[in-house]
Design a protein around this ligand. Sequence first.
Ligand SMILES: C[S@@+](CC[C@H](N)C(=O)[O-])C[C@H]1O[C@@H](n2cnc3c(N)ncnc32)[C@H](O)[C@@H]1O
Length: 231
Amino acid sequence: MTAEGSRELDDAMLTVMSAGASADVVSDYLIAHSTPADDVLRDLAAETLQRFPDAAGMQVSPDEAALITMLVRLVGARTAVEVGVFTGYSGLCIARALQPGGRLLACDVSEEWTSVARRYWERAGVADRIDLRIGPALDTLRTLAPDPVVDIAFVDADKTGYPLYVQHLYPRMRANGVVLLDNTLRGGHVLEPRSDDDRAIAGLNDALVRDPRWETVLLPLADGLTMLRKR
Ligand SMILES: C[S@@+](CC[C@H](N)C(=O)[O-])C[C@H]1O[C@@H](n2cnc3c(N)ncnc32)[C@H](O)[C@@H]1O
């Protein structure tokens, strides 16, 4: 594509992203046409919104959750890692899609938020396949043997930490293993970064697409979901 064409694409992207109303309509349509959340997930979302209204927006959207669930199944994952649990919505999706005997290592710093996760994981019958580690995720990842056994990882935590999460996940992913990175559009601010979080993600997006170790796709779902396949 020419530089002119690329500029036009950037302009179009900014227009779509700043057109809040139409983006919401499209987003509602996507959710309405993806496999719906079940009662457990709906109750979890409702309790999260009621108890933590200011933070509830951190939860993955139902369409993104449906995609993550499908990807875990398609990969045939037995070993999964999640960085950023919050109240457990995406963790529940990952855990229930694992192969029999599969395990999810779930990392978060908050006892309060993850206490909600634990309850819903129990209710969904997946608590026994999740190893929740409270503490900085980087410390937890560093404790993992550098064996290439992880089938899928989902990263949805502090944005400035993403480059190091990817770096520490890389040797632990099996060949063809998939790493998913959430919020890689930053509401469109990757085009004009305004914060350290924006700059961290914009820089990582630029680096990943040039990195021969990964095959990379950035999907415009929710706030951007990057899929990395280890070559
Ligand atoms: C966007 S939320 C995760 C949402 C979750 N994936 C979901 O769908 O409900 C980000 C989470 O990352 C956690 N977090 C932030 N910094 C962290 C760190 N350094 N290590 C581990 N977890 C961290 C926060 O406590 C928060 O629960």
